[in-house]
Design a protein around this ligand. Structure first.
Ligand SMILES: Nc1ncnc2c1ncn2[C@@H]1O[C@H](COP(=O)(O)OP(=O)(O)O)[C@@H](O)[C@H]1O
Ligand SMILES: O=C(O)C1=C[C@@H](OP(=O)(O)O)[C@@H](O)[C@H](O)C1
Ligand SMILES: [Mg+2]
Length: 190
């Protein structure tokens, strides 16, 4: 596997869509994975922020969450129709049945599965996530976790994100799992 990376002979046939809770590492691992696969990296939150010239928090505040969700679905649809890339979504994107359908038809979903403590430790120091701007952010995160995990389980591939795994280790694990289980998505040329 390491050789395949070194000789740059990995061919990505379908877009890899990172899903999971806030703090799971979708953005950071997605970027490392794109680098490893030598394909473009896209992040739906970043695309929305750029198009609106506003932060996610400002969009939530001014236009509301339903507006944000519509933009999110549009961005995901558009990027799934482009050349294969790594696409990191926001934590709520996989809750929509329409988004899940588009992702499974045109790409492959990878759930970064982290437990609540790991997630909390990764999001607690930042106030950029509007849904966690509550009186009890840890309780809010826990409630979202309970509600969302059954849907994340529907993802095509699951990779466990433990506290002791680095970003590069995570990217390698996702890459190796795709190579082993999804030759229709990722191919290593001899
Ligand atoms: N496997 C990991 N090892 C170390 N730090 C990580 C790991 N995964 C995520 N992080 C860190 O946790 C924070 C949240 O990650 P991020 O990629 O923004 O998550 P998400 O996009 O899923 O909300 C970032 O500071 C990121 O660098
Ligand atoms: O879980 C969610 O509903 C959200 C997660 C965020 O992205 P990350 O999961 O990348 O933090 C961002 O899309 C928005 O704040 C809403
Ligand atoms: Mg992110």
């Amino acid at each position: 596997m390491a050789d395949a990376k070194r000789t740059n002979r990995l061919i990505l046939h379908k877009t890899v869509v990172m899903v999971g809770m806030m703090g799971a590492g979708k953005t950071a691992v997605g970027r490392a994975l794109a680098n490893r696969l030598a394909v473009p990296f896209r992040d739906s939150d970043h695309e929305i922020e750029q198009a609106a010239n506003m932060t996610i928090a400002e969009i939530f505040e001014r236009d509301g969450e339903p507006f944000f969700r519509r933009k999110e679905s549009q961005v995901i649809d558009r990027l799934l129709d482009g050349t294969p890339c790594v696409l990191s979504t926001g934590g709520g994107a996989f809750m929509s049945a329409d988004n899940r359908q588009g992702i499974s038809q045109k790409g492959v979903s990878v759930w970064l599965d982290a437990d609540l403590e790991v997630l909390w430790n990764r999001v607690r120091h930042k106030d950029t996530r509007p849904l966690l701007r509550s009186a009890d952010p840890k309780g809010t995160l826990a409630a979202l976790y309970e509600k969302r995990v059954p849907l994340y389980r529907l993802a095509d591939i699951t990779v466990t994100s433990r506290a002791d795994r680095t970003l590069d280790e995570m990217a390698r694990l996702v890459c190796d799992t795709l190579l082993e289980t999804r030759p229709d998505v990722l191919e290593a040329l001899e």
